[in-house]
Design a protein around this ligand. Structure first.
Ligand code: NDP
Length: 280
């Protein structure tokens, strides 16, 4: 039976460490402020935003909310971002995605000052990550690296298969695993012989957005399985891209959903906010 990689526990440890850092910064009169922008009232986004604000409060980061109506125009949102870019008290700007279809996500993410881009989505920060320069790392992939390291799972020299090539998870995940000296394979919807490719992985990282698609047939015995997916199943219970019950029996270690990658994403956001204040 597999070890459960407890993302809740590890993220709590990180948050405790960050709380101490924030208090040290406060002793030096350095305050940290995160601006959180939500456009519309998508229920899942509201839950994510509320969890991020709670986590900020826990470590002592001041969060200011901008809850904008769904008919906000791209120009109005851009104006708010320019204002926050100029603000001397705001260290980090987070725009909760997805945005309404009438607004170009690309234009909005490009407008955020890279020095305040605590999600790590701005092309400047993505480029810096590609060449291995320390910057704001995208929160979910950075969280996965922390999960592995803090669970004492060796990455160097391991065969790592990443399922999914999105800009926010799969692609940056592959770069970070490469930086940790894994041998990386990236799969996507056009990959042939997916099961065979996945079965070669020592570390299988799944971010495909397909509930419970990855069954035991995709997983090598003794593999480490990281499940990034988040969904509601037919009983309205949270589940991942991996069929946890089917895979648990044979792999070496696995992240649960909930309580795996999700809490780590938030912890890494806090880390980036603190770095932004520190860099300033
Ligand atoms: P996207 O939909 O942007 O990307 C999905 C990727 O999976 C694509 O590259 C796609 O390939 C690939 N894919 C889809 N179906 C298959 C298939 N049948 N076989 C092989 N590859 C496939 O998703 P995201 O990366 O944004 O998110 C992935 C999951 O992670 C979602 O469930 C999301 O909710 C969750 N998530 C969780 C976070 C957390 O904090 N825990 C944070 C962010 C996301 P192609 O490129 O060819 O279309």
């Amino acid at each position: 039976m597999a070890n459960i990689i407890d993302g809740k526990l590890i993220s709590d440890q990180i948050k405790q460490e960050l709380k101490e850092k924030v208090s040290q910064l406060k002793n030096q009169n350095i305050a940290i402020q995160l601006a959180v922008i939500q456009v519309g009232n998508d229920p899942a986004s509201s839950v994510y935003v509320s969890n991020k604000k709670k986590a900020c409060a826990f470590v002592g980061i001041d969060s200011i909310s901008y809850e904008l109506s769904s008919d906000t125009t791209e120009e109005e949102l851009l104006e708010l971002i320019y204002e926050l870019n100029e603000s001397s008290s705001v260290n980090g700007i987070l725009v909760q995605l997805p945005l309404p279809k009438s607004i170009s996500e690309e234009r909005i993410l490009l407008a955020i000052d890279p020095k305040k881009d605590v999600d790590g989505f701005h092309p400047y920060n993505v480029g810096s990550m590609c060449i291995g320069k320390a910057t704001y790392l995208p929160c979910t992939p950075a969280g996965v690296i922390q999960l592995l390291k803090r669970s004492n799972i060796d990455i160097e020299g391991k065969d790592c298969v990443i399922l999914g090539r999105s800009n926010i998870v799969g692609k940056p995940m592959s770069l970070l695993m490469l930086q940790e000296n894994a041998t990386v394979t990236i799969c996507h919807s056009k990959t042939k012989n997916l099961k065979e490719v996945c079965k070669k992985a020592d570390i299988l990282i799944v971010a495909i957005g397909k509930p419970k698609m990855i069954t035991a047939e995709y997983v090598k015995e003794d593999a480490v399985v990281i499940d990034v997916g988040i969904h509601r199943d037919e009983n309205n219970k949270l589940c991942g891209d991996v069929d946890f019950d089917a895979v648990f029996a044979s792999c070496q270690a696995i992240t649960p959903v909930p309580g795996g990658v999700g809490p780590m994403t938030i912890a890494m956001l806090l880390q980036n906010c603190i770095d932004s204040a520190w860099n300033k």
